[in-house]
Design a protein. Structure first.
Length: 621
């Protein structure tokens, strides 16, 4: 009587051979032991018992190895075969032929001589050849023209059918390309399995082929989209990095170094350099660089044999304010440039102008290790980067100028001049110099606010100070606002020529005080002489270096034309922006000597630019 436990153990061993991926395949003792999770000797004894019972076949391979397989006439196989045969009136061979004809995949049989002895119609359709052409060749015929994912020919040793013959094991989902006789290319996926005889000999290989060209194209499209997303994310990462650096940058140098570093560390870029061209565009002065191109830069800039720079892409970018791209280094106009670039593995190049408004603050050179690295989208993003860097450089330069902007206040005093103006009256008065507007060549209007005296007295005071033609603008209980047209010989006009102005005039406790404000660079000695020529009684009593905070005004002046600034200042001083208005657009136009339409256009354009700058600055916060 059979031992149930023993039968159960034998069935477990047979199950290993009946698995889908092992069916008909010889297995080693170690493979069976691993599948059963037992010792090699235990597996060997179980296998040997099954061979004695004619349920398995075995064969020695090599010096010490042995393989085992399930014979084709096993009880399970016989049952299936007999069931298959009883279900149809056709012979098994005819049924096999019908199955192959109906199969959606191509099927081929290769015999032990490596000849293709059978091919179905679907295979002929996939390969673009007749069944007769296919079965007249061996599988290793060079005329098949098959290649791998990289386009390299598949050698016979790597062919899946060769590997099946050599190992006795299936090769599944092997993907390769093939060039058909009409020149079209298809991508195929094959599954190859051995046909094993009862004695373990591999009599042939059966191959199933599927046309996966459509799948391959979809995968290629997805990979292209993924690469595009990664590329855009890479450039956006650089832009985000620059934006982050801008928030903490203390100087233009900080931004320039950060930009070059971020670009050089981003694939596929190798080198970045940022600098400025001379006014003739024949010289380039680097301000920052990063990556593997310093020797290249030296060869371009310091070698006397190097061609002139003024016709290169960098100079053109600086001249036009538009990005310039060289997709292939061989497109450069000089062989010297080509050789220098190729020696450093540069294959494409972009010159990015750093712009803000109409101003160019430098050029950023970006070198890539791939040809054609700068498509339309990449150029657009690099242009955006150039504008961002240009804005940052302009902002930091303005900030630096304002930080360094200092003015000198010269204070003059005289008791005698106070008595000549007010007599023995000790009333306190103060005249503050407001803005100055240029209305014509060598002719300016200065606006004053006078406190402490009435309108007529204020007019008389300014007349006695020889300031020029005086016009009353407005008067209230505590102040008088005046406009003075200053001739070229007046003190105020002389101060304007050196960038200065009258800051204030006051009389207090019987002392006349004049405060003049000048740029730190002005010649103080010359200005003092000019003051003494007009008011000999005045003595210079102090010189004070003070900080002038004019941030917004500096920015506005950089954005507006001189005429727009003059129109706005005049309109402001004449009360055009007050409610109710003290002056109309026609009044402003008359004082400017232009038509009302022109004056209104100057004001609208100026207001628009100021608001754009204000909201743009706020948005960039």
């Amino acid at each position: 009587m059979d031992d149930p436990a023993k039968s159960d153990t034998e069935e477990k061993v047979l199950t290993v051979f009946k698995r889908e991926d092992n069916r008909g395949v010889p297995l080693t003792t170690n493979e069976v032991a691993d599948a059963l999770d037992c010792a090699r000797r235990t597996a060997y004894n179980k296998l040997d018992t099954l061979v004695e019972r004619d349920l398995l076949k075995t064969k020695k391979v090599g010096a010490r190895a042995r393989v085992w397989w399930l014979p084709a006439h096993s009880h399970d196989s016989n049952n299936k075969a007999s069931t298959f045969a009883r279900s149809f009136s056709l012979s098994e061979l005819e049924l096999f032929s019908r199955l192959c004809d109906a199969s959606p995949i191509g099927i081929a049989l290769v015999d032990s001589n490596h000849s293709i002895v059978f091919a179905n119609e679907r295979l002929a359709e996939i390969l673009g050849r007749s069944v007769e052409e296919i079965t007249s060749r061996s599988y290793s015929d060079s005329d098949w023209k098959i290649y791998d994912e990289y386009g390299d020919p598949i050698r016979e040793g790597n062919h899946p059918v060769t590997r099946v013959f050599q190992t006795g094991r299936p090769v599944r989902t092997f993907r390769h390309g093939i060039t058909r006789p009409d020149g079209t290319e298809r991508w195929l996926s094959s599954n190859s399995a051995p046909i094993v005889a009862d004695d373990g000999t591999i009599e042939g290989v059966i191959v199933g082929l599927e046309d996966v060209t459509g799948l391959k194209e979809r995968e290629k499209d997805l990979q292209s989209q993924r690469s595009e997303l990664l590329r855009l994310d890479r450039i956006n990462s650089v832009i985000r990095g620059v934006a982050h650096e801008m928030t903490s940058a203390r100087s233009p140098e900080d931004v320039e170094n950060a930009v070059c570093r971020l670009i050089a560390n981003s694939e596929p870029y190798l080198f970045a350099v940022l600098g400025q061209f001379s006014s003739s565009y024949t010289e380039f002065i680097p301000r920052a660089s990063a990556g593997v191109g310093d020797e290249y830069l030296d060869a371009m800039l310091d070698n006397p044999d190097a061609p002139p720079l003024d016709q290169g892409p960098g100079a053109i970018a600086a001249k036009t304010g538009e990005i310039q791209v060289v997709q292939h280094i061989t497109d450069l106009p000089y062989e010297y440039w080509q050789d220098a670039a190729e020696n450093h593995r540069f294959h494409s190049y972009a010159s990015v102008p750093l712009t803000h408004g109409e101003d160019v603050y430098g050029v950023l050179g970006v070198y890539a290790k791939l040809p054609a690295a700068f498509d339309r989208e990449e150029q657009s993003l690099l242009t955006e980067l150039g504008q961002m860097v240009g804005y940052a450089l302009e902002t930091l330069e303005t900030r630096e100028k304002l930080r360094q902007e200092q003015v000198v206040e010269l204070t003059f005093r005289s008791e005698a001049l106070a008595r000549s103006i007010t007599g023995e009256d000790s009333d306190t008065l103060r005249v503050t110099g407001d803005s100055i507007v240029n209305v014509a060549d060598d002719e300016h209007l200065q606006f004053y606010t006078v406190k402490g005296i009435h309108a007529k007295e204020a007019t008389d005071l300014l007349d006695r100070l020889h300031t020029g033609e005086v016009r009353l603008l407005s008067t209230t209980d505590d102040r008088v606002e005046m406009e003075v047209r200053m001739p070229p010989e007046s003190l105020a006009s002389r101060l304007i020529t050196v960038g200065g102005k009258t800051a204030s005039i006051s009389i207090e406790d019987g002392v006349f005080t004049l405060v003049v404000r000048l740029p730190d660079s002005a010649d103080r000695r010359s200005v003092t002489s000019s003051v003494r020529e007009v008011y000999p009684e005045l003595d210079l009593v102090s010189e004070d270096l003070v900080f002038s905070s004019r941030t917004f005004r500096h920015v506005v002046e950089a954005r507006l034309t001189d005429r727009q600034i003059s129109t706005l200042e005049l309109a402001y001083q004449m009360g055009y922006f007050e409610q109710p208005r003290r002056g109309t657009g026609e009044d402003v136009a008359e004082r400017m000597g232009v038509t009302p339409t022109t004056a209104h256009r100057h004001m609208r354009n100026a207001e628009k630019r100021i608001f754009q700058e204000l909201f743009d600055m706020s948005g960039r916060g």
